[in-house]
Design a protein around this ligand. Structure first.
Ligand SMILES: [Fe+2]
Length: 309
């Protein structure tokens, strides 16, 4: 941990939550089989304040149709438990699913938050999609841009954001009480780590971000953004701990060096196809999950750059 102040603050927060269960949140995971994404509703049992993390808007690529089955499961959970949504959090601009945050914000309220570095992602993809000057590249589509080490609250429970770039330049982990929502950094120990080959991705940075997360206390609960099962495992899973990752992560357990990781990650990424929904997802998610403005016939269009990625 050394002199990494944000990580030190996070570790202290986690220790306080481990010592006092009123400082630990309740967590419900919602797994979307179509995109292998886990969305979370995290809440403070004392005040019923809730955060929704990494929600999914259903999208049928062939027809260009959106639907709300996944998002409505969250609406139902929030309303039936009488929760008050104060945060809608994106760990990063996802490339494999469209965010349902604006839909959920309309229905449930809450502030839409993402990492400050989203502006860099907006710059890269704004260029790729040749977005006009009406597309602001200043993060203004979000209500809150988090910095590394910035603290927040969920009711009585403490939260802190850590900048964990590598998968994208803007990835953040959000730690609420003793639970870290790590986005696309590490996956289950038997599956490994997130890819680092999207525009703006960097395997070396990803390794450093992961080692930062794994310097948190051993018992920190880690909640992952995706699961793809793994050879020999038939059930989806999305919760693990720092200790389990350090002992057994197939890509980054203790002892793996940065160079070894970078070689492995770079070679593996060359074998991976682009996610099916990368073009619609990125285009919409850099706009805070809002579709591009409708053209003069009232219809929104998703663009696909040809031979550009
Ligand atoms: Fe991602």
């Amino acid at each position: 941990m050394g002199n990494d102040k944000p990580v030190q603050l996070a570790a202290e927060q986690i220790a306080r939550a481990r010592a006092d269960k009123t400082l630990r949140p309740s967590i419900a995971g919602f797994f979307d089989e179509a995109t292998n994404t886990v969305s979370y509703v995290v809440h403070d049992p004392e005040t019923s304040e809730a955060a929704i993390i990494d929600s999914v808007l259903d999208y049928e690529a062939a027809s260009g149709r959106t639907s709300y089955g996944s998002a409505d499961l969250i609406v139902e959970y929030v309303t039936s438990n009488n929760l008050k949504v104060t945060w809608l959090i994106e760990t990063h601009a996802h490339a494999d699913h469209i965010s349902a945050a604006p839909y959920l914000q309309d229905k449930l309220g809450g502030k839409l938050a993402i990492g400050r570095q989203i502006v860099r992602v907006q710059e890269v993809f704004g260029k790729l999609f040749n977005a006009g000057t009406d597309f602001e590249r200043d993060g203004s589509q979000f209500d809150k841009l988090f910095e590394d080490g910035e603290t927040f609250r969920l009711g009585e429970i403490e939260g802190i954001a850590l900048h964990v770039p590598g998968h994208t330049p803007a990835d953040m982990a959000f730690i609420i009480g003793d639970a870290a929502f790590v986005g696309d950094t590490i996956f289950m120990p038997d599956f490994g780590t997130a890819r680092a080959d999207f525009p703006g991705g960097d395997a070396r940075q990803l390794f450093r971000s992961i080692r930062r997360l794994l310097s948190l206390p051993d018992e920190t609960r880690l909640f992952l953004c995706h699961d793809y099962k793994a050879p020999g495992r038939d059930e989806y899973a999305w919760e693990t701990t720092v200790r389990q990752q350090r002992e057994g992560n197939v890509h980054v357990k203790d002892g793996v060096t940065e160079d070894e990781f970078v070689d492995m990650r770079t070679a593996r990424d060359k074998t991976l196809a682009m996610p099916n929904l990368i073009m619609p997802s990125v285009q919409v998610n850099i706009r805070g999950g809002r579709l591009p403005a409708p053209e003069d016939n009232g219809v929104s269009y998703i663009k696909i750059p040809v031979n550009a990625v």
